[in-house]
Design a protein around this ligand. Structure first.
Ligand code: ADP
Ligand code: MG
Length: 725
């Protein structure tokens, strides 16, 4: 399986995107394909054994589109459109003056029709070449597109006028060159504006890219040389001076410093770094200086993975867009039928002139381009995901952005999510003749091999007491229970009640001690030496700064808030009470968290799970939306559909709010484009004419068409003003 992303230029409208999509789908071995008109990108998942990248690109080019290699192609396309527009405008201005003001004022231009013919022909065929080309390639694929509508509409006006010039004795001297020239000029103008505004929507990616420094100082042959970061190799030793940005990911080999990693991990306090520690590219060194060995370069760096993630999200398709796509695929053929029907009705049934009927069908063809419909969703998704990225919320795909607004229930993991995940030892209680210090020594000994936050708490308490920690044997971690090991022929157990139960050790004698501590929100661990309870160690974790506010805001949005934890119920309830959490599901073993989520889903809830990915990755994956905290770890980047860069739970609220807002914009856009077409098509077909004498000229139709696309894009761009709550 392979996933690639291909930039495509020369797409003229959403139906082009669909055309490419269905042509690629027809190749064997394609598992998923999504072509996005707004970002001009195709994302294809395919089986490398059955088809290759080259073949996929070939299909795109066979349809008449260009596979572009870089951003410069986009700039090139913008320049081409601008030049075409200016060329078209220069020819169209005299056409307009001769055909309209002069005509109304009765100013007679000699050889008027010939001059108009000469001026219009290049507009029709040079500027309008792209519409013919688009029509040809869609005919080949047995479909019709927006290009078809424009090509058929303007050709009808052009060729009628051409015949009128040649056979003026039969058709009379009325020509309609200005219609086709002005329409083409407006549409090219619209396309140019569209390209410019589309570029604006992807600014957030540029901002992310801007985080990366351009050069690095590497040490080669014992000399410091400054090289562009593209030239850095894995294994290079890179020198970092005070205040410098770290160019790529790597591991410190010499020196120490503190590093501001807030842009990647959200942690605002600078992190101390010494030999052996990992540094992340794009983070900023503070006062010290150090050397590190590059471990990840180019597209493998954390920053580039984040950029790729945001880019992929911007090109992915929201479920709601499939509906719009389906409608636009029926749209063009339907419009052609309506245009033919209007002609037939006006000419044969009502008995209007040939020219009158023709111009009406031209107006229908031009006004009904489904451009706005095609832009409604992707532009909003693009700005929405970009806005998220700017606020430290990485949304992995349009589907997540759309679905987040449907969430009814938010499940928070306790340790490391609601709390800091850095517990510290608060109480040590003696149960036997073993002293407090000995209790701590035994506990620290068994925790040595564990990576659990509680283990860190015990170990640092032991360190503070300057206890020498001996080496145990037969260490075993039991997730959700605790740890066990052997020392000097003694079996040492350290963990919760369930661990004791497993080894048939009674806890009833000191149950009161445990519950008292638990009621204070502390986690109690029991130490047993040779099956005899020896002591209790309690640890307390601090609640994160914004947890309480986040939960209050979620309640305000009428969301149900649940706490899910492996810790015991009493401790969990004590913390839940402080945070005003609706429901606590406690004592859940790590491998059962996923089941809890699916049970909630079976009750009809739409569930978001918020966790750090450490022992809740399956639950994050099971939830309708998995929200992972911290972009600095691979595990969070992989398992979350939404990744919160900052360690701030209020961003859960912002994610849902941003989703609501984006969906509102999409619905506005879709409504506006449907409404536009629903009203404009009958008006263009002349429905108002019998009652009010109002006829929509094809020129106004083309203006309205261009305006509808630009207004949809502008409405999406308004989202840039979005401020996180
Ligand atoms: P959480 O859901 O809070 O992340 P875990 O599933 O990791 O919790 O752990 C649940 C419980 O299991 C802990 O509260 C503790 O009682 C016990 N436990 C797990 N690992 C350890 C350990 N290394 N040392 C002591 N107790 C442990
Ligand atoms: Mg956890």
């Amino acid at each position: 399986m392979k996933k690639i992303s291909i930039s495509i230029s020369d797409m003229h409208c959403a139906s082009c995107a669909q055309k490419i999509e269905s042509a690629i789908k027809k190749l064997g071995g394609i598992t998923d394909v999504s072509v996005n008109f707004a970002t001009e990108k195709a994302t294809v998942n395919f089986d490398e054994k059955m088809v290759n990248e080259y073949r996929i690109k070939q299909v795109i080019e066979e349809l008449g589109y260009k596979v572009s290699e870089s951003d410069t192609d986009k700039q090139e396309e913008i320049r081409t459109l601008r030049n075409l527009f200016l060329f078209s405008l220069i020819l169209t201005l005299p056409i307009f003056i001769i055909a309209m003001p002069f005509e109304w004022l009765g100013i007679d231009v000699p050889y008027k029709n010939y001059i108009l013919l000469v001026l219009t022909t290049p507009v029709q065929f040079i500027v309008g070449y792209r519409f013919y080309k688009g029509t040809y390639s869609s005919l080949k694929a047995k479909t019709a597109s927006m290009d078809t509508l424009i090509a058929v509409g303007t050709s009808a006006a052009y060729f009628y006028s051409l015949f009128a010039v040649i056979f003026s004795d039969i058709l009379g001297s009325g020509v309609y060159f200005e219609i086709t020239a002005i329409i083409i000029t407006f549409i090219i103008l619209g396309k140019w504006m569209e390209m410019l505004t589309k570029g604006k929507a992807s600014e957030s990616i540029k901002k992310l890219m801007g985080l990366q420094p351009k050069t690095a100082i590497v040490i080669r042959n014992k000399k410091e040389i400054e090289i562009p970061i593209e030239k850095v190799n894995v294994g290079d030793i890179i020198l970092i001076k005070p205040g410098q940005k770290i160019p790529v990911d790597g591991i410190i080999v010499d020196g120490f410093s503190s590093v501001d990693e807030s842009m990647i991990t959200g942690e605002s306090i600078p992190v101390e770094k010494k030999k052996g520690d990992v540094v992340i590219g794009a983070t900023v060194n503070k006062h010290g200086s150090f050397k590190f060995r590059a471990s990840k370069i180019g597209k493998d760096t954390t920053l580039n993975q984040i950029i790729k993630l945001v880019e992929d999200a911007q090109t992915s398709k929201a479920p709601i867009q499939r509906l719009a796509d389906k409608i636009s695929s029926y749209f063009v053929p339907a419009v052609i039928l309506i245009a033919i029907a209007s002609f037939l009705i006006w000419y044969f049934v009502i008995g209007q002139s040939f020219v009158f009927s023709l111009i009406i069908s031209v107006a229908v063809l031009i006004i009904a381009c489904p451009c706005a419909l095609g832009l409604a969703t992707p532009t909003a998704i693009m700005v929405g995901t970009g806005k998220g990225a700017e606020n430290g919320i990485l949304i992995k795909g349009a589907e997540a952005l759309e679905n987040a607004h449907k969430i009814t229930t938010i499940v928070f993991d306790k340790t490391g999510t609601l709390t800091k995940g850095e517990p510290s030892v608060t109480d040590i209680i003696k149960l036997d003749e073993i002293s407090e210090k000995e209790i701590l020594k035994y506990a620290a000994m068994v925790e040595k091999g564990s990576e659990h936050p509680l283990a860190d708490a015990v170990l640092s308490a032991a360190k503070k007491e300057k206890i020498k920690i001996p080496e145990p044997s037969g260490f075993q971690a039991m997730p959700g229970y605790g740890v066990v090991a052997d020392y000097q022929a003694k079996k040492i157990l350290f963990g919760n009640r369930n661990l004791m139960k497993k080894y048939k050790i009674k806890t009833s004698g000191f149950e009161k001690n445990i519950t008292d501590l638990e009621n204070q929100g502390k986690t109690v661990m029991i130490l047993a030496v040779n099956k005899k309870p020896a002591g209790l160690i309690a640890a307390a974790d601090t609640i994160k700064e914004f947890s309480e506010e986040a939960i209050r805001l979620l309640h305000k949005m009428n969301k149900e808030v649940i706490m899910l934890t492996g810790d015991n119920e009493r401790t969990a309830l004590a913390i839940a009470k402080k945070l005003d959490i609706d429901k606590v599901i406690a004592g859940v073993r790590p491998d059962h968290k996923e089941k809890v989520i699916s049970d909630l889903q079976k009750q009809g809830k739409v569930v978001a799970m918020v966790g750090d990915g450490i022992n809740d990755a399956p639950a994050l994956a099971r939830a309708d939306i998995g929200i992972a905290i911290g972009a600095g770890t691979d595990i969070a980047l992989e398992t979350g559909q939404i990744i919160l860069v900052k360690n701030d739970l209020r961003d859960v609220v912002t994610s849902i709010d941003l989703s609501n807002y984006t969906m509102k914009k999409i619905k506005q856009n879709l409504f506006w484009s449907f409404f536009y077409n629903a009203v404009s098509i009958p008006v263009a077909a002349g429905v108002l004419y019998p009652f009010t004498g109002f006829l929509l000229s094809p020129i106004i139709a083309s203006l309205a068409m261009a305006f509808s696309s630009v207004s949809v894009i502008s409405n999406s761009l308004l989202m840039k003003r979005y401020k996180a709550k």
